[in-house]
Design a protein around this ligand. Structure first.
Ligand code: F6R
Length: 612
């Protein structure tokens, strides 16, 4: 989603801002812009399209542009179409302030109506331009940029991460956060602001995370943080551990491919120091303070969006069938608005890669307000969901840059497997049984590495099916969510319409779609329902559907039925999804590459969806 980077110091900020924007590209966006202070005025350029287009435009127009204060933005359209006018930065009626904004001003129409009555004219259709005008009005009234921002934000309903600069206050940037992440990078005689640490990690590792409702006035040598009522807030400077190599492609053609191949290591990282194989047990430090609540929970409600929701569905199978804990899964976006029945003896488990997804964060707050214990399974350290939860477990997958989630998913599943073993042991599972499960879980990184060894089969399948318009994904039990996730990966990055279904459910409708052109991807491990899934495959064959099977290495029967067979090692049933999703990620990847789509930044998608 939208990205922000800003700089104040004594170096030329233009290359710093452009480089920061490039590092934010992974979040997904449709326009980009920059505003700097130069010779007592603004220099602003913005355009629909990519950061490279912006850099080219700057190079053509003013190759020697230098400035010491400035800010940049990548916009993912919410209000107003993605064109040059609606791109950020925006400015006010008299070009005294410029602003970049992540989030949504919900009451912008009411504010705009009033400003229109006062004679304001607007260039585009965004909520942000309205906020710029409002700050401009207050600035004219009080002459203090920080006070003007505070005053304007008092009138705003909605969410924001903003940076405001003005040629009339050339030695500061004013930034504010409510619902949209913002951090300040602390340098020596220079300071930065960004919506994401990756934009500034090349320059500083010292950061201050703004909390909701906080405003900061940033000069070259000082950061003053305050509330909207001007009460000073003392903030701690924290050290970020992010390495530059983690946010670079490292020889892979795409971030998504790099991240798929990182999975043996990221799955291992999710278990490291937590899985005690010899004791058949698990230790999760982040749950220390809430373990009592977890063990006495009446039920666990898992809630999330997208890929993380698919992880939640697998978690439901694991928790109910291994740990025998009642579990329910909810879309976070639905949970909030249906006045859910949640009690103090419920545990609500939020799953999120970014830790910033607006719907998931709202579900967290809803559950918390009703007295439930809320726990997070989160990747991004220090993110809002991590900070607002009563406890939780980091998945430690490292930065996920490809918009389509891959390694975060398998890490989420690994943490859910750990949680399941922990609860199962606490609820009476024997040590022997725990050891069997723990040993099997510990083998998964090696087994995932095996699946990743041969990618030729995926290239072959991609060549065969790259022109198809639809695809069906089938699985049963814990592999049904894997079918959903495989279908999601394909549609996200290749734009082929794909549906995931429980294999047996196919005959209740989707079977009507099957003809000689329909690829049907079936996950068919040798488990307790293998024969049933084989029957479902026969039903597809009888209608001349084209079978691509994800099957175990020792399964010879499948060769008779499937056009393509992708082999995965055997594992214990409920850990199967961690292995079985890998081929489906690769399949989506190679089909997208064969179709020539933008794999890492698919159209219309954003990495971290911070609006509802
Ligand atoms: C799919 C994908 C999205 C996210 C969803 C939730 O590849 O990336 O569906 O899974 O937007 O995001 P997080 O996990 O950050 O809450």
């Amino acid at each position: 989603m939208c990205g922000i980077v800003g700089y104040i110091g004594s170096r030329n900020c233009v290359p710093i801002i452009l480089e920061g924007l490039r590092r934010l590209e992974y979040r997904g966006y449709d326009s980009a812009g920059i505003a700097v202070l130069r010779d007592g005025a603004f220099f602003i350029r913005k355009n629909a399209g990519k950061v490279a287009d912006l850099a080219n435009a700057l190079g053509r127009e003013n190759g020697t542009l230098t400035a010491e204060v400035g800010m940049g933005h990548t916009r993912w359209a919410t209000h107003g179409e993605p064109n040059d006018v609606n791109a950020h930065p925006h400015w006010d009626q008299h070009q005294q302030v410029a602003i970049v904004h992540n989030g949504i001003v919900e009451n912008y129409m009411a504010i705009k109506t009033k400003l229109l009555r006062d004679g304001h004219t607007f260039l585009g259709g965004t909520d942000t331009e309205v906020l710029a005008h409002l700050i401009g009005v207050m600035f004219e009234e009080c002459g203090d940029l920080t006070a003007a921002v505070r005053g304007a934000l008092r009138e705003v309903d909605g969410t924001y991460g903003i940076v405001v600069i003005s040629p009339k206050a050339p030695d500061k940037m004013v930034v504010a956060r409510k619902g949209s992440p913002l951090l300040i990078g602390v340098g020596d005689g220079e300071n930065y602001v960004a919506s994401d640490a990756s934009a500034i990690v090349a320059h500083t590792r010292k950061v201050v995370y703004l909390d909701d409702g906080e405003i900061a006035e940033i000069t070259r040598h000082r950061v003053r943080t305050m509330t909207i009522d001007d009460v000073t807030v003392e903030k701690q400077v924290q050290q970020i551990t992010l390495e530059l190599t983690q946010i670079e492609r490292g020889g892979f053609e795409h971030f998504m491919l790099k991240e798929i191949h990182e999975q043996p290591e990221t799955i291992l990282n999710a278990m490291r120091g937590r899985l005690m194989v010899d004791e058949g047990d698990v230790r999760l430090g982040g749950l220390q303070n809430t373990i009592g609540k977890l063990l006495s929970a009446r039920r666990i409600v898992l809630t999330a969006c997208g890929t993380s929701w698919h992880a939640a569905l697998v978690g439901e199978y694991m928790l109910e069938q291994i740990a025998r804990v009642p579990a329910e899964v909810e879309y976070a976006s639905e949970f909030r608005y249906r006045d859910p029945i949640v009690n103090i003896d419920d545990v609500v488990l939020l799953i999120s890669q970014s830790g910033e997804t607006a719907d998931t964060l709202s579900a967290l707050r809803e559950a918390k307000s009703k007295g439930a214990t809320v726990l997070g399974i989160v990747n991004v350290v220090g993110s809002s969901i991590a900070r607002e939860s009563h406890g939780g477990v980091y998945v430690h997958a490292g930065p996920e840059i490809g918009v389509a989630s891959t390694k975060a998913f398998t890490s989420q599943l690994t943490v859910l497997a750990l949680l399941t073993i922990l609860l199962a042991r606490a609820r009476g599972m024997t040590r022997e049984r725990g050891v069997v499960l723990a040993k099997e879980l510990a083998t998964l990184p090696e087994k995932v590495a095996q699946v990743l060894q041969n990618t030729q089969v995926f290239r072959d399948i991609a060549e065969e099916f790259k022109h198809c318009h639809n695809a069906l994904y089938l699985g049963r039990g814990a592999n049904f969510p894997v079918a959903l996730e495989g279908a999601l990966k394909l549609k996200e990055i290749s734009y082929i319409h794909a549906e995931g279904y429980p294999a047996a459910e196919m005959k209740h409708g989707p079977i009507a779609l099957i003809d000689k052109n329909m690829p049907v991807v079936v996950i068919v491990p040798k488990d307790g329902i293998y024969e049933k899934v084989m029957s479902n495959i026969q039903e597809v064959r009888a209608r001349r559907g084209r079978i691509i099977a994800v099957a175990n290495e020792d399964d010879t029967d499948i060769d008779q039925l499937a056009e393509f067979v992708i082999r995965v090692p055997r594992t214990y049933g409920f850990f199967g999804p961690i292995l079985n999703i890998i081929p489906l990620q690769l399949l989506a990847y190679y089909i997208a590459v064969a179709r020539g789509t933008n794999v890492d930044q698919p159209r219309n998608l954003a990495k971290s969806v911070t609006v509802e």
